[in-house]
Design a protein around this ligand. Structure first.
Ligand code: TPP
Length: 345
């Protein structure tokens, strides 16, 4: 078992959660979890092809960060583990499911599949199959926000923020360091969210990096860098809010290192035999959804029946998403080359 890092302390009551906010966070995390569970079922039933990487266990990171932003206005950039980021950013579940089924109604018109979710409308800059590939894309998006605002005086770009999600493995890639340098130099409105789930496929993070504390690398660039318990949505939301405010105020970028864990193998093709049972059990006991449910009920912010009602509603939504995906048409064969270039829209 890879040694566990001490988690930063966070007092949830300091984050002033209202019942509305609590239920919204719960719903978003349940959406992510139920979507991925259904996705596994559909994969093993042969409804989708290629590699499919699920996000189970990491929901507090997507929800905590994206719900602290303005979904639909701010940019979100993902990796190949992208379904739940797309959902948190507001892409309808039926469009994400249809994309997984390779259908024409999918958010990438059935051309992208699991690793390439995209939505212009929801400002989702995409999922990317190559490790760290989204980092320069997101940095470019943050640069254009600042450029349009300051050089072109375009009011529409007054305070837009970009969140860029990637894994601990990606943080050893050169693009991470190059982009951190530019983001700090130009004080770009961006948040680099490192989802440190301890493993890059079968490579333990601590065996692959000189200093496993990724957030500290931000400090070398004179940039804010914080670590957070990535299994606690309220803690993630609190650090994300600070980073968003910093970015909107023109005070530059932040690296957030969220300490989290994926509950399944690297992809649905991975038998997950490398991680120890003991390690997995330790992290399963820290399930972020159960943690929020307990917090909400213990602090009288929600009742058991309200939570059950959300779970029922989301189950139904996911079933409808599957039905929509199944009944949707395949992309037409004579449209094979459509959408290759921007003018083919
Ligand atoms: C440039 C590149 N190198 C190698 C791979 C093969 N690969 C796919 S996922 C992965 C591990 C990445 O781990 P991490 O960034 O921690 O993300 P996680 O899968 O844990 O979410 C690797 C090496 C790739 N897709 N792209």
């Amino acid at each position: 078992m890879v040694q566990e890092r001490a988690l930063p302390t966070f007092v949830a009551t300091s984050s002033e959660i209202t019942p509305d906010v609590g239920l919204r966070l719960y719903e978003d995390m349940i959406l992510g979890r139920y979507f991925e569970d259904k996705c596994a079922e559909m994969y093993y039933r042969g409804k989708m092809f290629g590699f499919v990487h699920l996000y189970n266990g990491q929901e507090a990171v997507s929800t905590g960060v994206i719900q602290a932003m303005r979904p639909g206005e701010d940019y979100v950039c993902s990796t190949y583990r992208d379904h739940v980021h797309a959902l948190s950013a507001g892409v309808p579940a039926k469009e994400v499911m249809a994309e997984l089924f390779g259908k024409a109604t999918g958010c990438s018109k059935g051309r992208g599949g699991s690793m390439h979710m995209f939505s212009h409308e929801h400002k989702l800059l995409g999922g990317y199959a190559f490790v760290a590939e989204g980092i320069p894309v997101a940095t470019g998006a943050a640069f254009q926000t600042k450029y349009r605002r300051e050089a072109l005086k375009d009011e529409n770009y007054a305070d837009q923020v970009t969140a860029c999600f990637f894994g601990d493995g990606a943080a050893n890639n050169g693009q991470f360091f190059e982009c951190l340098n530019m983001a700090a130099l130009w004080k770009l409105p961006i948040i680099y969210v490192v989802e440190n789930n301890k493993w890059a496929i079968g490579m333990a993070h601590d065996r692959a990096t000189s200093d496993p504390q990724i957030y500290k690398k931000a400090h070398a660039f004179g940039m804010a860098g914080v670590e957070v318990d990535g299994m606690d949505v309220l803690a993630v939301r609190a650090v994300a809010k600070e980073a968003v405010e910093r970015a909107r105020a023109g005070e530059g970028p932040t690296v957030i290192e969220a300490l989290t864990y994926r509950f399944r193998g690297h992809s649905l093709a991975d038998p997950d035999e490398l991680r120890s049972k003991e390690e997995k059990e330790f992290w399963f006991s820290r399930d972020p959804i159960k943690k929020l449910a307990n917090y909400l009920t213990e602090h009288n912010l929600a009742t058991e029946s309200e939570l059950k009602e959300i779970e029922r509603k989301i189950s139904q939504l996911i079933d409808e998403a599957v039905k929509f995906a199944e009944e949707s048409p395949e992309p037409a064969a004579n449209e094979l080359y459509r959408f290759v270039f921007a003018e083919d829209q």
